[in-house]
Write a protein that binds this ligand. Sequence first.
Ligand code: SAM
Length: 278
Amino acid sequence: MATGLAMNRCSISVCRTADVLLNRPTVSVVRNLKFNRRLIGICSIASAAPFVVAEDEKYGNKQVISLTPRLYDYILSNVREPEILKQLREETAKMRGSQMQVSPDQAQLLAMLVQILGAERCIEVGVYTGYSSLAVALALPESGRLVSCERDSNSLEVAQRYYELAGVSHKVIVKHGLAAESLKSLIENGEGSSYDFAFVDADKRMYQDYFELLLQLVRVGGVIVLDNVLWHGRVADPMVNDAKTISIRNFNKNLMDDERVSISMVPIGDGMTICRKR
Ligand SMILES: C[S@@+](CC[C@H](N)C(=O)[O-])C[C@H]1O[C@@H](n2cnc3c(N)ncnc32)[C@H](O)[C@@H]1O
């Protein structure tokens, strides 16, 4: 019984993913399922066969796949998650808003970017309980510094406890308050063009503002990563027009034309765009 329930929930969530990807209402997807063997295969938890998003000429006959739960489990089984991050993730899982934290594969990508860049000075906008910031802090050298911007003191308490536990608190400068104000104060403090890496994961309606401020703070060749750029697929659905979706959609559109940066939108987690300042 419990297994059946779990499978049902999972099937629904995979179908919703298909729904979002196809930009069709759930009912039409379910109706299509009756006729589309490929989709039926996807909606079975027992199958690791991925959902094929596209494989026609328009996409160079290349098979573009979505993730099944089993395939995502496989990816997670190939993530080297430090024990302290696992502990933080498990503690956060019991808290309100735990779905906000980045996934282990995303955190690993952030840490990898910090290492590739040889970053010494980093900024995070939107800390929550500290999962992504701890991943960045752990990747920094002893001389490295991470400015962590967060408005919520309760979640910051958890983050700071884990910075201590992980032995990285000397690398982290916590800015408690509205992130835009904290970033402006860094600029006023003469810290423009001195940061190597920034990660944005806060108020979605402020992405353009955060980006403009961070572009002043990051050096040429520095990197700004923005999370949730796919916004659960809503950005591609013309029927969804709430303020956050419109804001992210406009941000993505502006970024396409922004000659100040090179960009790469990566379908990891809820979508991340990596921007390199030119
Ligand atoms: C998606 S969560 C961050 C998750 C975090 N990166 C992680 O991996 O655990 C977004 C956080 O941004 C914070 N936030 C939202 N708007 C903010 C603002 N204007 N200034 C500072 N923090 C803000 C929220 O309090 C929340 O903790």
